[in-house]
Design a protein around this ligand. Structure first.
Ligand SMILES: Nc1nc2c(ncn2[C@@H]2O[C@H](COP(=O)(O)OP(=O)(O)O)[C@@H](O)[C@H]2O)c(=O)[nH]1
Ligand SMILES: [Mg+2]
Ligand SMILES: [Zn+2]
Length: 332
C-alpha cells in the first residue's frame, strides 16, 4: 500500500479580476476559472486588504465543481498600491506585474499640466514601470492651427528628450492606434490619465465590443459615480496582452520615496549625476552641478526641472514629508 498522496494537477494563469477572496483567472489556453485562495497568503510582508491582485500569476488546482483553488502566487515583478480607504495601515494592491503604463495626455479639452505628468512619471519610475505618453485628441489640435501644433511638438520634444516614448493619437479618428495595438501585443498594460482625456474611448477602440462608458454617457446618467477602486483587466484581441482600466484612479498612489533620492526618478537628471561635482548632488544649489549646466544648453528641460524643484518643496512642506501623515510616501 502506497502512502504517497495522489498528485494533484495544477495549472498556471493570470488573475484578471479580483474581488476579495475570489478571483477570475485566465489560463494560458484562454480558459477562465473562478478561483479562491487556499489558506493565508502574505506577500512581501505587506499588510494588504486584497491578497490577490489583477495581474498576479498564480498556480491553481481544480475542484470537482469546476472552480479552482489557488495554491501559489508568483513573486510580483512590480505592483501599484494604494492606501486602503478604511484601514489606514493597510494597503490595497491595485495591479501587479505591469509591463507598461500608458499615460493619456491631452493638451486641449482638457489641458493636462506637466506637473501632473511629471508626478505620474516619477511614481512610475519608482515602481519600476516603463511609461509611454499618448498625446490624444490630435485631431482637435490639428484643427487649431500652427500654434497648437507647435505646442504638441514642444511637449513631445520635452518628454522624448527626457527618455519617454511619445505617440500622438486620436482615439476617435483612429490616428496612431495601429502602433499602440502593435506595442500592446503581449504583456500587461495599464491605461491612466485625467478624467476626460479619452481613456475609455481608447479602450473601446482597442477592444471592439468592450463598450466602456465614455463621458457623453456617464456625465448625464451617473455623474461622479466612478468610485470603485477595483481594477479590471481585459484581454486584447488577437494578442496575448491584457489592458487594465482603473476607474476612479487618477494616478499611481503610495510609493515609498525619499526626498533625497527623488531626483533619481528623473531619468535625464539621473544620467547626469556622475558628472556632478558631488556624488550625492540633488541638483538644487550645489556647486559644480551638471544638471544646472545642462539647463543652459537645454539638455535638461526648464519645465521638468521646475516641476522637480516644486516636488522637493512639497516634500519639505507638505503631504510627502517623512514622518508626516503619509509616513513619507508620495501619494498622487
Ligand atoms: N475629438 C476627439 N475627442 C475625443 C478623443 N478621444 C476621446 N474624445 C472625447 O473626449 C470625451 C471624454 O472621453 P472618455 O473616453 O470618456 O475619457 P476618460 O474620462 O478618460 O475615460 C468624450 O466625449 C470622447 O468622445 C479624440 O481623440 N478626439
Ligand atoms: Mg472613462
Ligand atoms: Zn547636480
Amino acid at each position: 500500500m502506497s502512502e504517497l498522496a495522489p498528485v494533484e494537477d495544477s495549472f498556471q494563469g493570470t488573475v484578471f479580476r479580483s474581488t476579495g477572496k475570489w478571483a477570475d483567472v485566465q489560463a494560458a489556453d484562454g480558459r477562465r476559472v473562478e478561483c479562491r485562495l487556499r489558506g493565508k497568503f502574505r506577500m512581501e510582508g505587506l499588510r494588504t486588504t486584497n491578497p490577490l491582485a489583477v495581474g498576479d500569476h498564480v498556480t491553481w488546482i481544480e475542484e470537482e465543481d469546476g472552480t479552482g483553488v489557488i495554491t501559489e502566487i508568483a513573486p510580483r515583478r512590480n505592483r501599484i498600491i494604494r492606501r486602503s480607504v478604511n484601514l489606514s495601515h493597510e494597503a490595497h494592491v491595485v495591479a501587479a506585474n505591469l509591463d507598461r503604463a500608458w499615460l493619456v495626455v491631452t493638451l486641449v479639452e482638457p489641458a493636462t499640466s506637466s506637473g501632473f505628468v511629471d508626478r505620474f512619471l516619477v511614481t512610475a519610475e519608482a515602481y519600476g514601470v516603463p511609461t509611454t505618453l499618448l498625446f490624444n485628441k490630435v485631431d482637435v489640435l490639428l484643427q487649431l492651427g500652427e500654434e497648437a501644433e507647435e505646442l504638441l511638438a514642444s511637449w513631445m520634444a520635452m518628454y522624448s528628450e527626457a527618455g519617454y516614448e511619445c505617440l500622438p493619437i486620436s482615439a476617435t479618428e483612429g490616428i496612431g492606434l495601429e502602433e499602440v495595438r502593435e506595442r500592446m501585443k503581449g504583456g500587461i498594460h495599464l491605461v491612466s490619465g485625467h478624467s476626460g482625456v479619452g481613456k475609455s474611448t481608447l479602450l473601446n477602440a482597442l477592444i471592439p465590443g468592450l463598450d466602456q462608458k465614455t463621458a457623453e454617457v456617464s456625465d448625464v446618467h451617473n455623474k461622479g459615480v466612478h468610485t470603485t477602486t477595483f481594477a479590471e483587466m481585459f484581454p486584447l484581441p488577437e494578442s496575448s496582452g491584457f489592458i487594465i482600466d482603473t476607474p476612479g484612479i487618477k494616478g499611481f498612489g503610495l510609493v515609498r520615496m525619499e526626498k533625497e533620492t527623488l531626483h533619481h526618478h528623473f531619468p535625464e537628471m539621473f544620467r547626469l549625476l556622475p558628472e556632478c561635482k558631488f556624488h550625492n548632488c540633488r541638483h538644487l544649489d550645489e556647486p559644480g552641478c551638471a544638471v544646472v549646466r545642462a539647463l543652459e544648453t537645454g539638455e535638461v528641460d526648464d519645465e521638468r526641472y521646475r516641476n522637480y524643484r516644486n516636488m522637493v518643496e512639497e516634500f519639505d512642506e507638505g503631504p510627502y514629508r517623512a514622518g508626516g501623515q503619509r509616513g513619507g510616501s508620495a501619494g498622487i
